[in-house]
Design a protein around this ligand. Structure first.
Ligand code: ADP
Length: 350
């Protein structure tokens, strides 16, 4: 156990969580590296929240082992794990000021542990530090009702980090914010992660959030880990069709090929000129169809193409040929940009 006693390192070994006879987590093996910003994604009901709750100690695993900082935590209560969690529906104490909300946990600790707990001076200093870190300095005397949604969310984060946990768990922390606030909150979480140095584990259903923030991305499927690794690895080398279609937007195009399926990303198809019709296609997969729908995306165009009873997506960037509804399409995908899957949906490297 000596090789792996790193604060913030999380290791799940054959971890299972059952609710009655239903299996929420099915013998999960997963390593969440110390100091990583690990993002967990997956369809609703796949076990994301259960995973966070088991790590936090709010739920107890049915079977398997959980190590935090290299030590088995089975014997530790939630309060002793040095793990903090921020919920989707974070509830602040409405009758307390921001400062009192921030210091609540520390004051409790001081009362229970008079000798080892933090002093009044420590608490005031930490409130000031967290206030600075989260830009709440001028709001410390306000009550939650006098704050915006984004400010309340920052107080909830502050309340979690004031105890300097080695692990911070965030369950859909940005879902209550509108899209503009989400963008700035994403930036704040990245900055916070850099400054507090804790391992941050975040659950989201937002593709953009997942790909842009994660140093480590975990895709879950029916209580199992479908794949984990860097966002780049999962995007460029998905281990299964499930991961290929779940990570990235639009979903990877897939079509039958030699007993299995072949997939490609919308942005990897290169349009061939209209005058190329009838000429031999270059190396790679040739796809053809009729433009059915075009969406302007700001820096490009996302195009839906129909080929008989099949649809596929193309992405055209600024400066490339723009398509209009009804236009015929001929496009080619280079061999190295094709993803091959066998009949069970498992990646084949060819
Ligand atoms: P996600 O967060 O990915 O949406 P959850 O972790 O909430 O998924 O749930 C995983 C599975 O466990 C689901 O099938 C859900 O219905 C079930 N589940 C979650 N919590 C409970 C509970 N307290 N009692 C019974 N079943 C639960």
């Amino acid at each position: 156990m000596t090789s792996n006693t790193i604060a913030g390192d999380i290791q799940l070994v054959g971890l299972t969580k059952k609710y009655g006879s239903s299996i929420a987590l099915d013998a999960i093996d997963l390593h969440i590296p110390a100091g990583s910003l690990t993002v967990i994604v997956g369809p609703s009901g796949c076990g994301k929240s259960t995973l966070l709750r088991v790590i936090s100690g709010l739920e107890t695993a049915t079977d398997g082992e959980l190590l935090i900082g290299g030590l088995p935590v089975a014997d530790h209560d939630a309060g002793d794990r040095d793990v903090a969690m921020v919920f989707q529906d974070y509830a602040l104490y409405p009758h307390m000021t921001v400062a009192a909300n921030l210091s609540f946990g520390l004051r409790l600790q001081a009362r229970h542990d008079r000798r080892g707990g933090p002093s009044k001076f420590d608490i005031a200093e930490r409130v000031a530090q967290v206030g600075d870190l989260l830009g709440l300095e001028k709001l410390l005397d306000r009550k939650p009702a006098q704050l915006s949604g984004g400010q309340r969310q920052r107080v909830a984060l502050g309340r979690a980090i004031i105890r300097r946990p080695q692990v911070l768990l965030l369950d859909e922390p940005l879902s209550a914010l509108d899209s503009q606030l989400r963008a700035s909150a994403r930036g704040e979480i990245l900055r916070l992660h850099r400054e507090i140095g804790a391992t941050l584990v975040l659950v989201t259903h937002d593709q953009h959030e997942a790909l842009s923030m994660a140093t480590h991305l975990v895709v879950m499927d029916s209580g199992t880990v479908a794949q984990s690794g860097t966002a780049e690895t999962l995007f460029h080398s998905p281990a299964t069709e499930f991961v290929a279609t779940f990570v990235g937007s639009p979903a990877m195009n897939l079509q039958a090929s030699g007993g299995g399926r072949v997939g490609w990303r919308a942005g990897d198809a290169r349009l061939l000129g209209a005058d190329a019709a009838g000429t031999a296609a270059p190396d790679g997969l040739l796809v053809t169809g009729i433009t059915e729908m075009c969406e302007f995306t700001g820096n490009g165009q996302q195009v839906s193409v129909r080929d008989g009873d099949r649809n596929f997506a193309l992405a055209q960037r600024e400066g490339e040929r723009w398509l209009r509804v009804g236009d015929p399409v001929r496009a080619v995908i280079a061999p190295h940009q094709l993803h091959h899957f066998d009949q069970n949906g498992i990646r084949r490297n060819v």
